[in-house]
Design a protein around this ligand. Structure first.
Ligand SMILES: NC(=O)c1ccc[n+]([C@@H]2O[C@H](COP(=O)([O-])OP(=O)(O)OC[C@H]3O[C@@H](n4cnc5c(N)ncnc54)[C@H](O)[C@@H]3O)[C@@H](O)[C@H]2O)c1
Length: 380
């Protein structure tokens, strides 16, 4: 297939910078696409480290100021993989310069920022997408197909958790490299925007919109030394966040995220209970979908643990042979493939910026509810 170059300018070379670079480098090896990402430039403030990253991953050039990257004529797509406080300004400038924009989640630090970002990409008419990658775990994509086919029937319950344990020590500082997630000015919120945003995006994709929420948050360690000021400062993020939700389809939900669940590193689980069937998925076992169908014959009825590795499972015909599983990094490759297919077909791949704004409206409502003690509207 004759391929057109898609010249990528990546911003940020941390955790997500690596997953995205890997996706852009690998995607054409596994998917037949009419465009080929070219690693044109990586941008980060530390030139020496950016140069080392560029050499390791094969980027053609380095920029130390994202404005200079956006000003370049040879960049088609700006990919934002830097902390949350940078997303708004970069995405709007990129859209105004006519670049396609892919942005890490959460889209903005709050729905006001995200709304302005949606306006900018829609006004400019540029392709846009947010890296809510869990939609593209084959087991989760299969769950979506089963729900859309009506296999579960009417949905009654949705339950999601995202549990970690890495901020329990009161000696852990806040702010700066690696710890910007604890600095509310950079992150926007704590686990609500960081972890629950993933759970909410998947939930609304699988089960439709969330109408209203009742939230509860806590900051267990109230002060931490700030890496950038050297001062002990108030902690502004939520360490734990729980909420009840009502979906537009009438189903009820519980969501929980924390970084204080000793023993759990990244335990994202979801369960959906319908009239006929239930589904359970666990990130630690991401290649399995647990499925219970009440319509099965009585004596052998039970939970099936389906190994999502067959050629007819979502995305799996692009990989090895049936029975061999894939992992976390593949979700980003799938997302890059879907983005490019969306460019070719003219049907934009989801989640777009507008889809991701809906998630930020819910996280804002959770934080508002935790303050007010009231149920809050989550539709904006
Ligand atoms: N989709 C997911 O599952 C997922 C997972 C982790 C992080 N994220 C999101 O990805 C984003 C980045 O997170 P991360 O874990 O990769 O962070 P990280 O701390 O590992 O890396 C951040 C990078 O951004 C760079 N950076 C910071 N400010 C910059 C600026 N002004 N200009 C250019 N570069 C700058 C840093 O030097 C670093 O290279 C965040 O928005 C985060 O919420 C998403």
């Amino acid at each position: 297939m004759a391929q057109q170059d898609l010249r990528v300018g990546l911003i940020g070379y941390g955790f997500m910078g690596r997953t995205h670079s890997n996706a852009f480098r690998s995607v054409n090896n596994f998917f037949d696409l009419d465009r080929r990402p070219v690693l044109a430039a990586v941008c980060a403030r530390n030139e020496e480290r950016a140069n080392a990253f560029a050499a390791q991953w094969g980027y053609e050039s380095v920029e130390t100021d994202w404005r200079a990257l956006i000003a370049r004529d040879d960049i088609d797509l700006i990919d934002i993989a830097s902390p949350n406080d940078t997303h708004h300004d970069i995405a709007i400038a990129a859209a105004e310069a006519g670049k396609m924009v892919m942005c890490e989640k959460p889209l903005g630090r709050n729905a006001a920022e995200s709304g302005a970002m949606v306006d900018a990409v829609e006004k400019a008419g540029v392709a846009n997408m947010v890296w809510y990658n869990y939609r593209r775990v084959p087991a989760v994509t299969l769950a979506k197909q089963l729900i859309d086919e009506g296999k579960l029937g009417r949905i009654f319950h949705y339950r999601a958790k995202f549990l970690q344990d890495w901020t329990i020590s009161a000696d852990l500082p806040q702010g700066g490299e690696g710890l910007w997630r604890l600095d509310v000015d950079v992150a926007g919120s704590g686990v609500t925007g960081d972890l629950l945003a993933h759970c909410i995006d998947t939930a609304m994709w699988l089960n439709g919109g969330i109408d209203s929420v009742s939230g509860l948050t806590e900051t267990f360690v109230k002060e931490r030394m700030h890496n950038l000021t050297g001062q002990v400062q108030k902690v502004g993020i939520d360490d734990a966040s729980l909420f009840l939700a009502k979906f537009a389809n009438g189903s009820l939900a519980t969501f929980e995220a924390t970084r204080y669940a000793r023993g759990h590193k990244a335990l994202y689980t979801l369960e959906i209970n319908g009239e006929h069937a239930s589904i359970f998925w666990d990130l630690h076992d991401l290649h399995r979908l647990e499925y219970f169908d009440h319509r099965d014959e009585g004596q052998t009825r039970g939970w099936r643990s389906v190994h999502i590795t067959d050629g007819d499972h979502p995305y799996m015909d692009h990989w090895w042979v049936p029975g061999l599983q894939i992992g976390y990094e593949h979700t980003f490759i799938h997302q890059a493939a879907d983005f490019i297919e969306g460019l070719s077909s003219g049907t934009p791949a989801a989640p777009t910026f507008r889809d991701a704004l809906a998630t930020d409206l819910v996280t804002d409502a959770v934080l508002r509810s935790a303050q007010s003690g009231q149920w809050e509207n989550a539709t904006g």
